[in-house]
Design a protein around this ligand. Structure first.
Ligand code: ADP
Length: 810
């Protein structure tokens, strides 16, 4: 008997065995000399050198020794051919202590044949199951790499079910125990059943293994594929001669060239290292690259050289803008400070005025005068703090805020940065942009401006900020006290005339390819354009009209060929070039009217003359208000009426009128919302006029708030209102006593061309504004209640532009 260490031999198998142990060699020798038959039994523990009876399995095979070869290393190779299965009843193990010596004896055993019994079930049943097992084995052999695929062909030709079953068992990759168990199955049915179970389990395991394998390989392959494609791409670029290494050298060079400040330098280097490790196609790489691009594109040290010479600055400002003496003086003060200290740490200049008065172009001139870059940043409609300060990088498509964007455009650290339309700044749940701006404008804080996207501090201290706004009340409170307000109230007619002929016309001629003297617009014609084609505080519309005029002339020149230059445009030519004039160029007829007073308002578009209409209609002494009035205006109307009620007797008003009539106050001007505290005295005047029948003087306009006791309170925007009154050729203006000092700020023409009546009380207002009663008018006013008596309603300047909020009281 030969104990087998690590193999279980099945019947009908041929196998070479390497024999080395003395007892085994003795067994081989004995068999070779005898009938060449050997009993082969597997030992329970493969590592046991000298197994005893209990260390051996009981079921084994008888094999015929085919061939014995002695190998040079002393061991022997034996080819055996197993045939019958046996079960051992007894082992006789020699009691030699030195089993390894030459003369050792073989183990003997008593065994009997143990053929595979068959259950009495139908043969065909077993055949079917065996065929199924075989097909499972086929699949198994296909998947199990250690089973040679040709085995399937060999086994297929075996007819005998027992041979086939043992053949399959022999070629399964199983543990020794499992194989021994298969060998020891009592019947063929049991063996086939066991084989079937084993194969199903093994197949399941193999499939699982393959799935995992595929997944692992799949992901490996994906990475390799990307890597491979990128390598290919790079190779193609190399071939085409546009080899840029890993694509980051250029960026690195840019960053180096920027000479980033210390802390930022470290951040950028870290980010670049990170970027190099990322797959170029990954979203992280895009984010990282975007950030580095921003850092590389921003100016960190670069600055332009300032020309801080007051004389040059004055020349530039004068060359670009007519008049505006005050404003220019303030700007030159600024320049003077800058030339001394380098930076202005004081408040930020804020140019406040209606559209088209030259705020933006002034800021541009300041930049030109100082030799600085100019960038403009419009704040109109900005409601989100992130628009100023940027979004954090974690947001998809995040970007730095507008300030940083503007700095990138400026390309230097010391541009003139115009923050336009400060009063149009919104604020909602997304945060308050004003607070972010506060940080921008605060000299203490803007040295280290924190943009959410950039994450590193940015120094704004070299920037010269200039802000603009249309109206003062619109500027967020917190910002207002950082600003040095410079007001541009609008232009008077002579100023407009000068601007048009000295600046706007030459500029347009140049833009249209004509020489400065080619076209001349005679003064009367220019005045007609200003009066008939524009109604504005600034000169933007005027510039547009002149542009149109020049365009038409250019075309006429092109069409007619030879024309004697210069062309002089006369009053009579205007309709040909500009079409019908939208406004009445003639001085408005200033009529006295009952129940209609001229108020003065201050709007985004500058000062305005507003008509306030009051009508008396049958009713019960109530007040009706129409004309899209704001809350302040409504309160003014109530206060005005209360004051009138308290003065019935002195005014000579019959108390009964008020008991049987309603008062209707109307401020017509389309749907333009109107609000503000300056219409009180005009309302009270119109009411008093309507109730007494005394006409209001048409050449008088007024502004001021009224208290219940008839005191007149001060108002804002007197400069703009004064300019507007002058523009409308109003000759008398009533203003509150407290506003008297503001008169000094008015342009000379506006101050001297108007008679200013400074008042403290409503009684004084009526003194200046009301004419003595005209008896005929009084009766008409009272009898034709509500209707506008003919001849009274003609307004001074018939066609009113939609942009002009008119306040009337009817
Ligand atoms: P704003 O910013 O106040 O709305 P702009 O600066 O856009 O106005 O001015 C409108 C146009 O009027 C510009 O072409 C500007 O040059 C011109 N302009 C305004 N004021 C003057 C002035 N005083 N002298 C010359 N041109 C002027």
């Amino acid at each position: 008997m030969l104990p087998l260490r690590d193999v279980v031999l099945f019947p009908h198998a041929v196998m070479p065995l390497l024999v080395g142990r003395a007892r085994s060699l003795a067994a081989v020798a004995e068999a070779a000399e005898g009938n060449r038959e050997l009993l082969l039994v597997t030992q329970r523990d493969p590592d046991e050198p000298q197994p005893t009876a209990s260390g051996l399995h009981r079921v084994g095979v008888i094999a015929r020794v085919q061939h014995v070869t002695r190998l040079p290393n002393g061991s022997t190779r034996v080819l055996v051919d197993a045939h019958d299965r046996v079960t051992v009843s007894r082992f006789t193990v020699p009691r030699s202590r030195r089993a390894e010596v030459e003369d050792a004896h073989a183990i003997q055993a008593t065994a009997r044949a143990f053929p595979l019994g068959r259950r009495t079930g139908g043969t065909s049943d077993l055949d079917v199951r065996l065929r199924h097992v075989f097909s499972l084995f086929e699949e198994y052999a296909g998947m199990q790499r250690r089973t040679p695929p040709e085995i399937v062909g060999v086994l297929q030709s075996i007819q005998d079910p027992e041979r086939l079953a043992f053949g399959i068992a022999a070629h399964l990759q199983l543990t020794l125990e499992a194989r021994q168990e298969l060998l020891a199955k009592p019947t063929l049915d049991a063996l086939v059943e066991r084989l079937s179970d084993t194969l199903i389990t093994e197949l399941e395991l193999l499939r699982l293994e393959r799935r995992i394998d595929e997944q692992v390989r799949g992901s490996l392959f994906q990475n390799q594929r990307e890597f491979f494609l990128q390598e290919q791409l790079r190779a193609i670029h190399r071939e085409l001669g546009n080899d840029d290494g890993d694509g980051h050298e250029e960026l690195e060079a840019q960053l180096t060239a920027r000479k980033l400040p210390e802390g930022i330098n470290v951040r950028a280097a870290r980010e670049l290292r990170r970027l190099r490790k990322l797959s170029p196609m990954s979203p992280e790489a895009a984010v990282s690259r975007g950030w580095l691009d921003w850092v590389a594109a921003l100016p960190w040290h670069e600055r332009s050289h300032d020309t801080l010479d007051i004389k040059t600055a004055r020349d530039v400002l004068d060359a670009d803008h007519y008049g505006l003496t005050d404003v220019k003086e303030r700007i030159l003060d600024h320049v003077a400070v800058l030339s001394r200290v380098g930076t202005v740490r004081g408040p930020i200049l804020c140019l406040v005025g209606p559209p088209g008065v030259g705020k933006t172009s002034l800021a541009r001139s300041i930049a030109r005068a100082m030799g600085r870059q100019f960038v403009r940043l419009s704040l109109g409609g900005v409601r989100d703090e992130a628009e100023i300060r940027g979004h954090r990088r974690t947001y998809v498509g995040a970007m730095p805020g507008r300030i940083i964007q503007a700095m990138r455009r400026a390309e230097v650290t010391n541009p003139v940065l115009l923050l336009d339309e400060l009063d149009k700044l919104g604020s909602d749940w997304r945060g308050d942009p004003a607070s972010a701006l506060l940080e921008v404008l605060d000299p203490e804080q803007h040295r280290a401006f924190a943009d959410h996207y950039l994450e590193v501090d940015y120094d704004l201290s070299n920037v010269l900020f200039i802000t603009t706004a249309n109206s003062l009340p619109g500027i967020p409170e917190a910002l207002r006290d950082r600003l040095e307000i410079v007001r541009l109230p609008g232009y008077l007619e002579p100023e407009k005339l000068a601007i048009a002929s000295r600046y706007l016309l030459p500029r347009q001629l140049e833009a249209h390819g004509l020489a400065a003297g080619d076209v001349q617009v005679d003064e009367a014609a220019m005045t007609t354009i200003i009066r008939g084609w524009t109604r504005e505080a600034g000169v933007r519309d005027l510039e547009r009209r002149i542009a149109r005029l020049v365009r038409k002339l250019t075309r006429a020149l092109a069409e007619q060929g030879d024309v004697a230059l210069p062309i002089t445009v006369l009053d009579s030519d205007l309709a040909t070039y500009l079409g019908v004039a939208p406004y009445d160029a003639e001085a408005a007829s200033i009529e006295d009217r009952v129940g209609v007073a001229n108020g003065l308002a201050y709007t985004n578009a500058g000062g305005e003359v507003l008509e306030i209409e009051v009508s008396i209609i049958p009713g019960r002494g109530r007040l009706q208000l129409t004309g899209t009035l704001g809350n302040v205006m409504k309160e003014s109307a109530s206060a005005a009426l209360t004051w009138v009620r308290s003065r019935l007797e002195p005014l000579g008003i019959d108390p009964e009128i008020l008991q049987k009539h309603d008062l209707h106050v109307h401020v017509p001007a389309g749907a333009t919302p109107k609000d503000g505290p300056s219409a009180g005295i005009a309302m009270a005047t119109a009411m008093a006029s309507a109730l007494t029948g005394r006409p209001v003087r048409g050449d008088v306009s007024m502004t001021g708030e009224v208290t219940l006791r008839g005191r007149v309170l001060p108002i804002g925007g007197l400069r703009e209102k004064g300019v507007a009154a002058h523009r409308q050729r109003i000759t008398h203006v009533i203003i509150p006593h407290s506003n008297q000092r503001d008169l000094a700020e008015l342009p000379d023409d506006a101050r001297t061309g108007v008679t200013w009546h400074v008042v403290k009380s409503m009684d004084e207002v009526l003194e200046h504004a009301l004419r003595p009663a005209a008896p005929a008018d009084v009766t008409r006013q009272r009898s034709v209640a509500g209707a506008d008596p003919a001849g009274r309603s003609k307004s001074r300047s018939t066609p009113r532009p939609a942009t002009r909020p008119t306040v009337r009281v009817s």
